[in-house]
Design a protein around this ligand. Sequence first.
Ligand code: F6R
Length: 237
Amino acid sequence: MNNNIKTALEVETIENLEALYDRAFMIVKEAVEAGSKNFGLATGGTMLPLYDRIRNSKLDFTKCQSVNLDEYVGLSKTHPESYIAFMKQQLFHEKPFKKSNLPDGEAIDPSAEAARYEELLKQLTLDFQLLGVGENGHIGFNEPGTSFDSGTHIVKLSDSTRLANARFFPSLDEVPTEAITMGIASIMRAKQILLIAVGEKKRMALEALLKDEVTESIPVTILKNHPNVIVLTDLAI
Ligand code: F6R
């Protein structure tokens, strides 16, 4: 089934996940072909089938820059769950960009690193931003309650986010407690956004996006105020 729900956002409901990720790949391909140069990238389980399709495609990013949403604070770059390691393994090894930017989670002064990253994001307009969404509605690591005016900043990860990410670590204790994340204002400057929300666990966040008013207590709802967002989901809301 492929319904287009009528809202200000462009929402495409595609129950078959293979078809959903084929569509996500097409949207990225169209952005590359339309001349997008600066790509905001995300990590997390949601992105794996998309990065798989990109790795196995002929898409060429060697004239493009990537800018990732976030990185854990205090995790070594060589730790397999650091976002730099994830990106190398899932994408960059096979699809190199001219330059790939991630926050440096090992920076001695994380606040200065967040300021450096925000400056970079002000210099370089993101043509395209890929987003997943947390069960609690977070985008990037902007947890509920984050100001919509926020730029790149250090965030203390909520218990629910650490629990959700514990599946990637040997134990909950090893999940970092802080991250550096692009802020909501940084994300909203992207010209085009593709949000992918798959699986029942994302229902609350997606329902809030489609039905609730825009509220800082559910960060993803801010996307209603963006002029160019496509939402791909397998959930009928
Ligand atoms: C990842 C990120 C997060 C994830 C979200 C969903 O860079 O910024 O917002 O998109 O936590 O994670 P998954 O896809 O693992 O459900």
